[in-house]
Design a protein around this ligand. Structure first.
Ligand SMILES: Nc1ncnc2c1ncn2[C@@H]1O[C@H](COP(=O)(O)OP(=O)(O)OP(=O)(O)O)[C@@H](O)[C@H]1O
Ligand SMILES: [Mg+2]
Length: 383
């Protein structure tokens, strides 16, 4: 049988026979040029793939998916009854969105930016390195997996968006607690669906709360919840080996990672901003459009020690709100400095090394079990 593209659920109404590839079902849109181009691209790409992989036959399904941003309510509900939907069906609920941020907004030490750019270039140069230079022979599924770790509010999510923007891709955002399920086997299926969705939409996959997934596997699993987490970890390992895109994990609780993950992901630490970085972050968060008094000076604001990027953002918004409420014309240095000090004062005091609150009961049980393992020796990121 010749390889074919079949639009799921749609009637084939056009056919194209290449040497060994058949494309069926491209709809008549009235735009003949666009139809021909799509047909040509599908045929050409498939024939190249068959030749490279020395395959004689593949069957692909090309479906349409909902447009617009993913609504929280349309995502799989981890508490819902186990469902019988196929992986492809589940995948259709994960919809990538345009990145929210660009690289020039991100303030990080040069070394960290260098590490991020390496990852960006690894994706951009893939056709040369793997296809032209033949490195697919040693790595048939080239992918890039990064693990961003650092304290809350240090720019991990921002960096994931910035990278997606830099390589011209959408971003598919999810987190562990959206994937886990109390029902056996559901978590791995959700994970499968998420990776499938990212692959199909050619999106950067951003997976938050990664510590729950990447830490060491439980040796003796008597609890259902531990078995469920182990199953998700095994699935993740397999998916990482097959995934051809860029996946970014993020955590602010660095556990002792399973060796298997340790060597599969590139770890990038997001440090607390120092004085210079704080000044740059203040500058980026004080746009020209914000009415400011002449005494507003990012260098001076950066003297206020210990603020992370998110707290600087908070302080700017609080100061602007105060000014707007009181009917004043300009944000002054004092407004911003007072807002910044209030942000620091309002922090919840936590003892060193306390893990962040668990996002669900299952996550909590996993964290406490891992934390109590004597040989694990987690190195938690200070909160
Ligand atoms: N390094 C940074 N450079 C510029 N802005 C930053 C930086 N870090 C944080 N910010 C500001 O704080 C906001 C929140 O940061 P972000 O969500 O990226 O933190 P995070 O590291 O993902 O935190 P969490 O671990 O809590 O998820 C950003 O959108 C940005 O406005
Ligand atoms: Mg984040």
């Amino acid at each position: 049988m010749a390889p074919s593209f079949t639009p799921s659920g749609a009637e084939a109404n056009a056919a194209y026979g290449g040497d060994r590839v058949t494309v069926l079902g491209i709809p008549s849109t009235g735009d003949r040029a666009a139809e021909s181009l799509l047909r040509y691209r599908l045929t050409d790409a498939t024939q190249k793939f068959l030749d490279q992989q020395q395959l004689t036959e593949i069957v692909l399904r090309v479906g349409t998916r909902p447009t617009g941003a993913a609504k929280a309510s349309s995502l799989p509900d981890p508490a819902a009854d186990p469902d019988t939907r196929s992986i492809a069906d589940r995948a259709s609920h994960y919809v990538a969105t345009e990145p929210d941020y660009q690289f020039d907004f991100l303030v990080l030490p040069e070394e960290t930016v260098g590490q991020l750019m390496l990852a960006v270039n690894a994706v951009l140069l893939r056709p040369i390195i793997f296809d032209d230079w033949g490195l697919r022979k040693i790595e048939p599924h080239p992918s890039a997996a990064l693990n961003f770790h650092g304290k809350p509010g240090t720019g991990k999510t921002l960096a994931a968006h910035a990278i997606a923007d830099r390589i011209g891709r959408k971003i598919l955002v999810s987190k562990y607690s959206q994937l886990e399920s109390k029902y056996h086997g559901e978590g791995p299926k959700n994970l499968d669906a998420l990776f499938l969705a990212a692959q199909e939409q050619d999106a950067v996959l951003f997976l938050d709360e990664a510590d729950s997934l990447m830490s060491r596997r439980f040796e003796a699993t008597s609890h259902g919840s531990e078995q469920a987490v182990n199953a998700m970890r095994s699935e993740l390992l397999m998916l990482l080996d097959r995934f051809e895109g860029l996946v970014i994990f993020a955590t602010n609780f660095v556990q002792s990672y399973d060796n298997a993950f340790d060597t599969r992901v590139r770890h990038i630490r997001f440090p607390d901003p120092d004085h210079r970085a704080r000044a740059a972050i203040w500058r980026n968060h004080l746009p020209d459009t914000l009415p400011k008094a002449g005494d507003v000076d990012a260098e001076r604001l950066a003297e206020i020690d210990g603020l992370c990027g998110r707290e600087i953002r908070r302080a700017v918004i609080d100061a602007a709100t105060t000014v707007a409420i009181s009917g004043q014309d300009h944000v002054t240095y004092d407004h911003l400095a007072e807002a910044a000090r209030n942000v620091v004062k309002s922090r919840i005091a936590r003892p060193e090394g306390t893990p962040k609150p668990a996002s669900s009961e299952l996550t909590a049980s996993v964290r406490s079990a891992v934390a109590s393992e004597p040989t694990t020796e987690p190195t938690p990121e200070r909160q």
